[in-house]
Design a protein around this ligand. Structure first.
Ligand code: ADP
Ligand code: ASP
Ligand code: MG
Length: 417
């Protein structure tokens, strides 16, 4: 008998029918003697609707109040899911983040989980009850409601699995696992049976939204066995088959695992580029430019400084698109002080990244990537690499083309030999 945390995302609980299907799946796992904690998201579209509603009152919603609003989507789903379980004769009880005591810091809209009180969950499990926990939400030390950032129910699921030392955390979603790239962009994308934790961490941080990055970080820190699988199969599929399905995130690169040089391609549209032109190339200039941006809590991702010509250089960096206007404003205000000729911005860029632990032992990946993009006439604006990834910034209009061309060039549509 195992203890399993099952998390279901928005589409998976998107209608009363889908919630009933979730209940049937949970009931099946209970029938086989397993303990289950159910974590659910808001019904699909609901969080967007709530945020849009808030913005009708306040263009820049007050973060504390926004969390009070955005968290309500999940509260509806826990009640519905607990009712659906009871209808099937499965003992269940719903919990908000505050009722469990999912304690977070006070960074509204992007709070981090500090601690989870597992006592009530444990008591329910011992009594044969399925706790149904609201994803995405928590409570800070002062009792304020917080949310964990978009896609944060994944993190609730993994954090609860870590707190309870569950045997596995199963992330049920609308695809049947982690693919070589988003199957919505590349229909020939292939499901990975396993992906290493490091690769998943890169893919999530580089834009693959199948798992929220913090959920992957949690899984790594607490060694939670994590699996991504489909909620759209028949809920009655044999449990042994289901337990092996989807994609398992692994912590070791073992010999028997499928091993491709490149495991996946991730992409992110939500970035923007800022270029500071004609600044004096002197010690301290990077700090003079990026210091004020960092002070405003804006994350800077890729950075490039060009070779200097006549003592002047250009300096480019990327920021989240949502912070673009703010970053431009900050630089305009320091332009005279840093002696820049001009500040130019581009918020129609995207980042395309190839990820694979095999890059450690293979050379020539970058040059193949650059050649393929050149053959399509796609201009590379920025490049960054790590041991297991290469990212390029290109014009947003080429994003899908770049993903498809690279997917084909690296044979990601082909089964591993
Ligand atoms: P949920 O509501 O269940 O949390 P999400 O929409 O957050 O679901 O995540 C699932 C989606 O992630 C898929 O529908 C798919 O379009 C997208 N996705 C992006 N990259 C990948 C990938 N590499 N593999 C699988 N799905 C991906
Ligand atoms: N409902 C939240 C969102 O839409 C959390 C989640 O679905 O994981 O971002
Ligand atoms: Mg999600």
């Amino acid at each position: 008998m195992a203890l399993i945390v099952q998390k279901y995302g928005g589409t998976s609980v998107g209608s009363p029918e889908r919630i009933k299907a979730v209940a049937r799946r949970v009931a099946k796992w209970r029938r086989h003697g397993h303990d289950v904690v159910l974590v659910v998201s808001a019904m699909s579209g609901e969080t967007n609707r709530l945020i849009a509603l808030a913005k009708e009152i306040q263009a820049q919603p007050d973060p504390r109040e926004l969390d009070a609003i955005a968290s309500t989507g999940e509260q509806v789903t826990i009640g519905l899911a607990a009712m659906a379980l009871k209808e099937l004769g499965v003992a269940a009880r719903s919990y908000t983040g505050a009722q469990v005591r999912v304690v977070t810091d006070s960074a509204f809209t992007k709070a981090r989980i500090l601690e989870i009180d597992e006592a009530r969950l444990r008591a329910d499990l011992d009594a044969g009850i399925v706790p149904v926990v609201a994803g995405f939400q928590g409570i800070d030390e002062l009792g304020n409601i917080t949310t964990l950032g978009r896609g944060g129910s994944d993190t609730t699921g993994v954090a609860i699995a870590a707190a309870l030392k569950a045997d596995e955390c199963q992330i049920f979603t609308d695809v049947d696992g982690v693919y070589t790239t988003d199957p919505r962009i590349e229909p020939d994308a292939r499901r990975l049976r396993t992906v290493t934790f490091e690769e998943m961490l890169e893919m999530a941080s580089l834009g693959s939204k199948v798992l929220q990055i913090r959920s992957v970080e949690f899984a790594g820190k607490y060694r939670v066995r994590l699996r991504v699988l489909s909620s759209l199969t028949d809920p009655e599929i044999p449990i042994d088959e289901e337990a092996q399905s989807g994609t398992l995130i692994t912590f070791e690169e073992d010999e028997n695992m499928e091993q491709a040089v490149i495991s996946g391609i991730a992409f992110a549209r939500d970035e923007a580029k800022v270029t500071v032109m004609g600044v004096p190339d002197r010690p301290g200039i990077a700090y003079a430019i990026l210091g004020p941006v960092g002070d405003a809590n804006i994350d800077v991702d890729m950075i490039i400084q060009n070779a200097s010509v006549d003592g002047l250089t250009d300096f480019s960096f990327t920021v989240p698109r949502g912070d673009f206007a703010r970053a431009m404003g900050i630089l305009d205000s320091v332009k005279a002080h840093i002696g820049a000729r001009a500040i130019v911005g581009d918020n129609k860029i995207c980042k395309v990244s190839m990820v694979g632990v095999g890059m450690r032992s293979h050379v020539g990946i970058a040059s193949t990537m650059f050649r393929c993009l050149a053959e399509e006439g796609i201009n590379i604006q920025m490049i960054s690499t790590s041991e297991i990834k290469i990212s390029v910034v290109v014009d947003e209009k080429y994003m899908e083309l770049a993903v498809r061309v690279l997917h084909k060039a690296f044979d990601l549509d082909q089964p591993i030999a």
